[in-house]
Design a protein around this ligand. Structure first.
Ligand code: NAP
Length: 298
């Protein structure tokens, strides 16, 4: 909850993460989002219109959804007592491209995920996610929903790229000329999208969540698909590394396996339905900017 002023009228010092949010003009709230009752109470007490789950609270995703449905049910019930209806509570869920698994041919976000009809098997870390997406879609009697599936996000901290870029940055630092081992399959081909374009996609979905997303409110957000070799050779050139790269595979590690998926997904529906117009394209051309930002955030 927002910090209460002290008797002297001064606000107490907020925790570190709250300070970061405050400095970005976002009102932080302290509380446990996985406490279903606390979450629904907070939504009602603060007249929240739309909840965006952008957390990585994977094991608790169901509890967060339950809290949001609970709030919507209470709100609908209160209005029903006065024979009234109101707008539905909005819920935007951050899923991701890994639910598609690897593809052999081009697909889009109408392709079913986690089913016998799917080309690929969801990556192990998100094997639970197709069922969670279904739970969200099944709650449309109570909620206006959107499910957003960004592909691998770059820009600013680019934390997810550290696994691949880290060994090359280390080799550059040491001036090493022996082969640099990168824990990826040589065939890896991720879809990529800049964090600003992800935000724009979410905004576009939020703007249209009141029934203007059609019957399938699920959107992949991706601007390019690029092979790991192409990406890493460009990283190598920029960092001035002379050594060869050795792709050592995913070592049966679920996270590394997910990074090594092959994406052949496009985002044409996000463009036509949401009017999404990604502006931060040309990942390789602008790679030096993203690498410098990533290095600065390490
Ligand atoms: N990064 C990508 O390339 C990418 C691509 C597609 C989809 N996604 C999806 O986007 C979502 C966010 O990922 P991200 O990359 O933005 O991760 P991130 O930078 O690690 O952010 C995750 C946030 O969730 C918060 N969180 C985790 N568990 C929580 C809990 N139990 N209660 C409250 N907050 C909790 C974390 O807070 P703390 O820092 O305090 O732990 C953190 O602020 C995930 O669902 C992920 O699957 C990410």
């Amino acid at each position: 909850m927002p910090n209460a002023p002290t008797l002297s009228g001064e606000l107490p010092e907020p925790p570190e993460k709250a300070k970061l949010l405050l400095s970005n003009e976002i009102a932080p709230v302290e509380g446990d989002i996985t406490d279903t009752t606390a979450l629904s109470t907070f939504i009602i007490d603060n007249s929240i219109n739309i909840v965006v789950d952008a957390s990585s609270a994977y094991e608790a995703a169901g509890k967060i959804l339950d809290g949001v449905i609970n709030a919507a049910t209470i709100r609908q019930g209160a209005l029903a007592k006065d024979n009234m209806i109101g707008p539905k509570l909005g819920f935007v869920y951050t899923s991701g491209a890994w639910v598609h698994g690897s593809q052999k041919t081009r697909i889009n976000d109408l392709a079913p995920v986690g089913s016998v009809l799917s080309q690929g098997k969801p990556a192990t870390p998100v094997a639970w996610r197709p069922a969670h997406e279904q739970d969200i879609l099944a709650a449309r009697d109570k909620l206006d929903v959107a499910i957003m599936r960004p592909h691998t996000v770059y820009g600013r901290g680019s934390w997810i790229w550290s696994t691949w870029w880290g060994p090359l940055a280390q080799a550059a630092k040491l001036g090493s000329i022996s082969p640099v081992q990168v824990a990826a399959d040589r065939t890896a081909c991720p879809g990529v999208v800049h964090v600003d374009d992800v935000a724009a996609g979410f905004h576009a979905a939020i703007d249209r969540i009141d029934g203007r997303l059609g019957t399938w409110p699920v959107f992949d957000l991706v601007t390019e698909t690029l092979s790991v070799v192409e990406i890493m050779e460009n990283v190598k050139t920029f960092l001035g590394v002379k050594a060869l790269i050795e792709y050592t595979g995913a070592h049966e590690n679920p996270f590394l396996e997910a990074l090594s998926l092959v994406s052949k997904s496009d985002a044409s529906r996000a463009k036509t339905v949401l009017g999404w117009n990604p502006k931060r394209t040309e990942f390789l051309l602008n790679l030096p900017i993203y690498l410098k930002a990533w290095q600065a955030s390490q």
